[in-house]
Design a protein around this ligand. Structure first.
Ligand code: AMP
Ligand code: MG
Length: 409
């Protein structure tokens, strides 16, 4: 009989907090930086755009020429993007110009092609007036030389990488990307194409799912395979994994069962400092964690949904802390229950797998994604959010719910 006290989610997260810290700073080429977090501010040494240029295909001219319409102007040349020198544009003149081409001296604006008409005599007729500066992108309008473009602690998205490239920056100082080992434990587990399954065996679902979650969290996954339920094998696999990786995730073997060796081995390898909790959440109740040497190890539960929900609650924020993220948690928003979501009071927070979709109003509507057993992984796969149902009778249709976003809808 399990008589251990249940720990609230908040207390469990507090207990875990010291386990993870940001990895040291390294210099990395831009191409390796997607999802990494800067360790120092990035300052622009040059302006973007580097020179005033046309925002449109059209004619560069002096805006004052278009005060009276139509304006008929002599065309003094054509400026493609990338041109280095163009004729100056004087009174009564215009230069044909393409998007991105440097503004020629003398011109202060661009009339787009759509409001012009080429005349037979080689001149151009401008049919609407333009304002000074119209359709001109000024030097430094995006980023000025000397500007701090990104503060330390910026998570580099694809657009951030584009900005850095536009500044000619080839390497950035970032927190190193953690290597995260994942192993499955259990004598019943088989991987791959074993057909038919031997009696009593099941296929290892947790490892592929957790490896993908590790990658999605921005870390480098390391597949440490399936380890049988014996202490010697686990001791070897976990100490080698801790040596090789910056963090280690295991699944199964953290409950009270006779063969739950993961927590016993973790207790030993962590020098007795392992924490073993029964968290007041459903699924994902059992959790073991500790440091092996300096490597954080999280022992996730074995039931597949519990393993993945536990990853979301405990492992993902920890790994994202190692990445240096200042926002390691999944976003939470309010949604409306699309139907009754009943539950029994049991002292636990329930994390219900739901499909979130836009409703008729501005609100998001949450509906159960299917069977809610901790072994029913298909409903987890269909879900794009977890609804947080506090202890009590559950939620009624139309009630507000707090939901944790897993994927877009
Ligand atoms: P345990 O924590 O070892 O008692 O496992 C709890 C439940 O999860 C058992 O039904 C296991 O067979 C199942 N389980 C453990 N590991 C995996 C895995 N990697 N993939 C799928 N099911 C698993
Ligand atoms: Mg087991």
């Amino acid at each position: 009989m399990d008589s251990r006290p249940l720990i609230s989610l908040a207390d469990a997260k507090d207990a875990l907090r010291g386990l993870f810290s940001p990895l040291p700073a390294v210099e990395r080429a831009l191409g390796e930086c997607s999802g990494l977090v800067t360790t120092e501010a990035v300052v622009a040494s040059e302006p973007v755009p580097p020179f005033a240029n046309s925002a449109m295909d059209g004619y560069a001219l002096r805006a004052a020429e278009t005060a009276a319409l139509p304006a008929r102007l002599a065309v003094v040349g054509t400026l493609p993007a990338g041109s280095t020198s163009g004729p100056a544009v004087g009174a009564g003149q215009a230069a044909r110009i393409m998007t991105g081409a440097p503004m020629p001296p003398g011109a202060d604006s661009v009339a787009m092609l759509e409001v012009t008409r080429d005349l037979e005599d080689g001149r151009v007729e401008v049919l609407t007036s333009v304002r000074p500066g119209e359709n001109v992108r000024m030097a430094g309008e995006d980023v000025g030389a000397g500007d701090t473009v990104f503060e330390a602690g910026t998570e580099l998205s694809p657009a951030h990488l584009g900005v850095l490239a536009s500044l000619g920056i080839e390497t950035v100082r970032v927190h190193r990307r953690p290597k995260v080992g994942v192993l499955s434990s259990g004598d019943e587990l088989v991987a791959g194409r074993s057909h038919p399954l031997r009696p009593g065996a099941i296929r290892d679902a947790n490892r592929p799912a957790l490896l993908a979650l590790v990658e999605e969290a921005g870390c480098e996954p390391v597949d440490l395979g399936i380890v049988p339920d014996d202490e010697a094998s686990l001791r070897r696999a976990m100490s080698e994994g801790a040596e090789l990786c910056d963090a280690l995730l295991t699944s199964a073997g953290v409950s009270l069962g006779d063969f739950d060796h993961v927590r016993r081995v973790l207790l030993e390898l962590s020098g007795g400092t392992m924490t073993w909790l029964e968290v007041a959440v459903k699924p994902a109740k059992p959790l073991a964690f500790g440091a092996v040497g300096s490597t954080p190890v999280v022992g996730l539960p074995g039931n597949p949904v519990a393993a993945l929900v536990s990853f979301e609650l405990f492992a993902r924020p920890g790994l994202r802390t190692m990445l240096g993220s200042r926002h390691p948690e999944r976003s939470r928003v309010t949604a409306i229950a699309g139907h009754d979501l009943p539950r029994r009071p049991d002292g636990k927070l329930h994390l219900v797998r739901v499909v979130l979709s836009p409703g008729d109003s501005a609100a998001l509507v949450a509906r159960s994604s299917g069977g809610q057993g901790s072994h029913q992984l298909a409903a987890m796969a269909r879900a794009n959010a977890l609804a947080l149902l506090p202890d009590g009778p559950g939620a009624s249709a139309g009630e507000d719910l707090e939901v944790m976003l897993l994927r877009p809808w």
